[in-house]
Design a binder for this molecule. Structure first.
Ligand code: PRP
Length: 198
């Protein structure tokens, strides 16, 4: 077996490449129908949402694409709950229909921060399309309008989602082996009860 293979670090696949392709088609086609006659601004949230964004937008019609980066802290370096604007979008969105593209909505803090920002700048409408919706993780109210999958609590990586900046380029979403992030407890941790690092 090739040792230099990211797949070795995955305990199980949650959503396969085929599952994700179907979800992207479903969500993209629904967006195409819902935004018929309008030219929305797709706002892709760096870095995790890049793969999901490009796959969904293939099914849409007239649309612009912009990027934003916000950092949410889950304990550790900054006080929990703080959200920073790291990279701002490069266009005036006053009066525009915005579709925020996320890889995962967890506590909802990042989404709440971006919605407040966009509304303060005069967006006409703001909707959200997320690959994963982890409703059990909510700390603040946050609604996802277009959901790829309702994800259970698990340490998930792949298709945009990272652990220490790695695994984003896996074509599927999988559960990381505990031995990867906690070598001392290899095999002793039930990953179903671990909150992902997002
Ligand atoms: C992840 C994800 C969301 C946010 C969701 O981004 O892309 O933006 O966390 O978490 P929340 O609902 O608890 O706010 P992250 O800050 O990990 O950045 P990344 O996409 O660059 O990995």
């Amino acid at each position: 077996m090739n040792q230099w293979d990211m797949n070795n670090d995955i305990e199980r696949v949650l959503y396969s490449e085929k599952d994700i392709a179907e979800a992207a088609k479903r969500v993209g086609s629904q967006l195409a129908a819902d935004y018929e006659g309008r030219t929305p601004v797709i706002l892709s949230v760096l870095k995790g949402a890049v793969l999901w964004t490009v796959d969904v937008m293939r099914y849409m019609q007239y649309a612009e694409v912009e990027f934003i980066d916000v950092s949410s802290y889950h304990g550790g370096i900054a006080s929990a709950g703080e959200v920073d604007l790291v990279v701002d979008l490069q266009t005036d969105i006053a009066g525009r229909d915005i579709i925020i593209m996320e890889d995962i909505v967890d506590t909802g803090r990042s989404l709440q921060f971006m919605k407040d920002l966009l509304e303060a700048r005069g967006a006409k409408s703001v909707k959200v399309a997320s690959l994963l919706d982890k409703k059990d993780g909510r700390v603040v109210e946050a609604h996802v309008d277009y959901v790829g999958f309702d994800v259970p609590k698990a340490f998930v990586v792949g298709y945009g989602l990272d652990y220490k900046q790695l695994y984003r380029n896996l074509p599927y979403v999988g559960v990381l082996k505990p031995s990867v992030y906690n070598p001392e407890h290899a095999g002793l941790v039930d990953t179903t009860d671990i909150t992902p690092e997002h």
